[in-house]
Design a protein around this ligand. Structure first.
Ligand code: LLP
Length: 429
């Protein structure tokens, strides 16, 4: 369910024509629907309500402070992965008691910053990190709460670049040695091991890995408790998939069905770190066609969004639906099935202006004839879109607009050429 719909021959975000936003704010432009975002947050809150979970929105997905504030205002905490993300969460109005901190390379200044904020806990990913956390906590006279992030060694379940629970990846503690690692800090005066964490990968379109992960997790929790660690939290991370191609995502309830019994069996407080599920389908990237051309028998739509705005197709070969903002002819709405022949379309490559052959939003995609000046919408761009954008080719980052009903609000202005060089102009030894 989302609030991007075609009314007549025009795409709307909630009650505002996307064309109007493109005219007012320019392109490329990220447009977010707050109703869609809140709908998805609510889905998770409702599906897991019986466990009264601590929901920590994953800031890396879309860290805009206005989006984060919307999340905080509706009861969410935050999962952060750097000092910068912690800063963003705090800027959005979060308090430490609802912030968790993951990542394989937390630095001492980041750890101190998080300790100052008295965050709920650190998701610890290696033995060395665990001991260092204790040492840093000691140096500032604090006790750090930690959950041990385990890599449960599950079969592949998503793109290799984003699968975080197959054997040998850099994430988490090895399931074969995690119990010994936990034993090594029993009674540490500056460390409290309060839980177990796993983030299985992203996006995941089946509940089965969560069932398998919990099964393994229950045994670990038992072992940690036996050695005296006060295990209170089971943090199942994020990873819930969304609609990219069609309606392929599972409802939150499908994940709840396998996670809730595990949480009960573990007698733990459930923590979740959803990102993509909340914001992914709540955002689109709007771009304008600059030129079209044909080369070597291929048809190209060159538009003003590029891999620096949305790198997912380039990086993971991800599929994002793309469709005209104002479709003409007999094509009122985007296809729901890309496996079949789509009338009045032909295969085109949607590319950007960046100087790389890998700069594309879609390859061989069924699209109608487009012409210079037409607008395109790339869907499901709310997660890992703006968050992974860059200034490559000295391109100014896009603007972001948040729509609520009939109101649109600029939540990040388009960057300027001055912004591009600001940190270079200002620098001093
Ligand atoms: N928790 C941890 C520890 C994570 O590493 C992540 C995502 C999440 C939660 C949130 O996962 P989500 O609910 O959004 O699936 N750039 C890639 C995705 C990388 C995911 C990184 N970790 C993409 O565009 O597909």
């Amino acid at each position: 369910m989302d609030h991007f719909e075609y009314r007549g021959r025009e795409l709307f975000c909630e009650d505002i024509p996307v064309r109007e936003l493109a005219e007012k704010y320019g392109t490329p432009l990220f447009v977010y629907s707050s109703a869609t975002l809140l709908h998805h947050l609510k889905q998770i809150q409702t599906a897991f309500a019986s466990a009264n979970p601590v929901i920590c929105y994953s800031v890396k997905t879309n860290g805009n402070i206005h989006i984060a504030k919307l999340m905080a205002d509706h009861g969410s905490g935050f999962d952060v992965t750097s000092g910068g993300e912690l800063y963003r969460a705090l800027k959005a109005g979060a308090t430490g008691d609802k912030i968790v901190f993951a990542g394989v390379g937390k630095t001492d200044p980041e750890i101190k910053y998080a300790l100052e904020q008295d965050i709920l806990f650190f998701n610890v990913e290696s033995e060395e990190e665990l001991h260092n956390l204790g040492a840093v906590a000691k140096s500032v006279g604090k006790v750090a709460r930690a959950t041990l992030r385990v890599n449960p060694d599950l079969p592949p379940k998503t793109h290799a670049k984003t699968d975080t629970s197959v054997k040998g990846v850099k994430f988490g503690l090895d399931i074969d040695t995690v119990v010994e690692v936990a034993r090594g800090v029993v009674g540490h005066p500056n460390l409290q091991v309060v839980g177990l964490h796993m983030h299985l990968g992203s996006p995941i379109l089946s509940a089965d890995p969560y069932r398998q992960g919990i099964e393994k997790g229950l045994k670990l929790i038992e072992a940690f408790r036996q050695m005296g660690h006060p295990i209170k939290y089971l943090n199942m991370g994020g990873g819930f998939g969304i609609h990219y191609r069609k309606q392929e995502a599972l409802p939150a309830g499908a994940f709840a069905e396998v996670i809730l019994p595990g949480v009960k069996a573990a007698n733990c407080q459930l923590v979740l770190e959803p990102g993509r599920f909340v914001v992914g389908n709540a955002g689109i990237l709007v771009s304008r066609v600059v030129f079209t051309k044909e080369s070597g028998g291929k048809h190209y739509i060159i538009q003003d969004a590029a891999m620096n705005d949305l790198i997912r197709p380039t990086l993971y070969d991800s599929f994002h639906r793309i469709w005209p903002v104002q479709p003409a002819g007999n094509l009122p709405a985007p296809p729901t099935d890309y496996e079949v022949e789509i009338p009045d379309t032909f295969k085109q490559n949607v590319v950007g202006p960046v100087c790389e052959s890998g700069d594309y939003l879609a390859k061989d995609r069924a699209l109608p004839v487009m012409k210079r000046g037409d607008l395109l919408a790339t869907f499901s761009a709310g997660a890992y879109g703006m968050a992974m954008s860059s200034n490559y080719n000295a391109r100014c980052r896009a603007a972001e607009v948040l729509v609520t009903g009939g109101t649109a609000r600029l939540i990040r202005r388009r960057e300027t050429y001055e912004d591009l060089v600001a940190a270079e102009v200002d620098c001093k030894d």
